[in-house]
Write a protein of this length. Structure first.
Length: 276
């Protein structure tokens, strides 16, 4: 699929990412499920015939999929029909996209959003990323080179050499690393030791960056310390792909926090959840 033919492809990808990020910070939504859900949603966006899928449909589809695959105890998805009046224009404004869009260019695809959001014919299990070793050595080697400064360049090269000569397989729980999965587990433990210190320093330096307002069903806002949720998610990371995804999520969160001091913009709620 030529993504250049997809209307507002970058904006759709950003919508999916932003909403899934919110699910990690608010709900019990681990990185294995995050990566699988993102892959599934982007497959729908990129599927031939869906070039004109509307941005608001992507928002709805993403929230509906989260409802099916995330543990959202204590949270309810609310009716977004009122927000639908703003449709793509509001979503584009939130994403700093074009202010005026020709309605013809953002035509709706003849596809049922519910079919893809609710149906799990393509189960998340088929896309699971947590066992990165079974995807092939080359993918694992690519990820290793994204890890510095959490490991040294020398360690990255040493691990690469060992992985190339190791049999492909999941973690064997052996005391001595034998498979690619064993080495991935060792690397994950090493980078987490370093990153936890970095994360804790961020929370200590910018505590307000990790306090978010969550709308209650009764209409009031409640401050929630999301650093607790993020730390739990980090502790559950089991693959290099999950670690890099969590690191990037925290980086995006901090970037958005810093931008909030310099950019005034109306907040459009793309994540239709409220706390009971």
């Amino acid at each position: 699929m030529d993504i250049s033919k997809i209307s507002f492809y970058d904006e759709k990808k950003k919508v999916v990412t932003n909403i899934l990020d919110a699910a990690v910070k608010t709900l019990n939504f681990d990185q294995s499920s995050y990566l699988a859900a993102k892959a599934q949603l982007m497959r729908v966006v990129e599927e031939p015939g869906h070039e004109g899928l509307g941005l608001f449909e992507v928002v709805t589809m993403t929230n509906k999929l989260i409802e099916k695959v995330a543990d959202h105890s204590g949270y309810l998805i609310v009716d977004s029909s009122a927000s639908a009046k703003n449709d793509e224009k509001s979503v584009l404004a939130e994403l700093n996209a074009c202010e005026k869009v020709d309605a013809k260019e953002k035509g709706r695809a003849a596809v049922s959003v519910t079919q893809y959001a609710v149906s799990r014919r393509r189960t998340l299990g088929t896309d699971e990323v947590s066992g990165g070793s079974v995807k092939g050595k080359e993918k694992l080697l690519q990820l290793i080179h994204l890890l510095p400064p959490y490991i040294s360049a020398e360690d990255a090269e040493l691990y690469s050499v060992r992985i190339r000569s190791s049999p492909l397989g999941r973690c064997s729980s052996s005391k001595v690393a034998r498979t690619t999965g064993d080495f991935e587990q060792l690397i994950v433990e090493q980078v987490l030791d370093v990153y936890f210190d970095e994360f804790d320093a961020l929370v200590k330096q910018e505590p307000q960056a990790f306090v978010e307002q969550v709308k209650m069903v009764i209409g009031k806002d409640r401050d929630v310390d999301i650093s607790v949720k993020l730390r739990q998610q980090l502790a559950s990371v089991k693959s290099l792909a999950e670690f890099l995804s969590m690191r990037d999520l925290v980086n995006r969160h901090m970037c958005d926090y810093q931008k909030s001091f310099t950019v005034e913009k109306k907040k459009i709620n793309l994540f239709f959840w409220q706390k009971e």
